[in-house]
Design a protein around this ligand. Structure first.
Ligand SMILES: CC(C)(COP(=O)(O)OP(=O)(O)OC[C@H]1O[C@@H](n2cnc3c(N)ncnc32)[C@H](O)[C@@H]1OP(=O)(O)O)[C@@H](O)C(=O)NCCC(=O)NCCS
Length: 181
């Protein structure tokens, strides 16, 4: 899957997230504002959990041929966040989920939506996935808005990692229709 390891968006470049990105991801995982809605207990992540997550992401890429990308500013190469597609078991069903997180200094600039759109283009156009799901805590209004902007539709409430979440779905057909092509 060499062809999908790097991608670019109007404002960003991205490449397959690896253990070499530890310093940037660690910094993100220590911001309370970001982890409030990202970690299971709403707290910054201990370093060993960040390390383990990066190892799991590499294993995911090897196993499924896709995973997370690290996104950087196109001009300055500043770290802006990470996003991508991950395979999960949701209520017994193998489900590909869209995930995203942006450094808080850059929130509300449309970057999560841009990262997610690039990830979905890969998912639907290269990987030929029929559907991608995404879920979030009910009070994560920014994340819900990102999903709505991308065309996701609310499906059902689930329990994920022991927490109530709203699950949304987007089909390949709706994605292509929404892209106007
Ligand atoms: C959720 C997150 C990824 C959004 O990133 P972002 O780059 O700010 O997202 P975008 O700018 O693309 O879109 C955010 C939208 O939410 C809206 N929004 C932000 N805060 C909001 C709030 N409290 N209530 C309602 N809408 C809100 C913004 O106005 C924007 O919508 P608009 O373009 O119609 O104005 C970012 O807040 C984040 O990284 N949070 C921590 C990690 C996380 O929760 N990840 C998602 C896990 S499901």
């Amino acid at each position: 899957m060499e062809g999908i390891e790097r991608l670019s968006t109007p404002r960003m470049v991205a490449e397959r997230l690896t253990e070499a990105d530890y310093a940037d991801v660690r910094r993100m995982h220590l911001y309370p504002q970001i982890m409030k809605t990202l970690s299971v207990d709403g707290q910054p992540l201990p370093d060993h959990v960040t390390k383990e997550g990066l190892i799991q992401n590499e294993a995911h890429w090897r196993r499924h041929g896709f995973g997370l990308w690290i996104f950087r500013d196109r001009q300055t190469r500043q770290f802006l966040g990470r996003a991508g597609l991950q395979s999960y078991s949701i209520e017994g069903q193998e489900t590909v989920g869209l995930v995203y997180a942006v450094i808080h200094d850059h929130w509300n600039r449309g970057l999560a939506t841009e990262m997610a759109a690039a990830s979905l283009d890969i998912g639907f156009r290269e990987l030929r996935l029929p559907e991608v799901a995404s879920w979030t805590l009910p009070d994560n209004l920014a994340s819900r808005r990102v999903m709505e902007k991308l065309g996701f539709r609310y499906d059902t409430d689930i329990v994920f990692a022991g927490l109530p979440n709203r699950l949304y779905r987007l089909t390949a057909i709706d994605w292509e229709l929404g892209r106007g092509c």
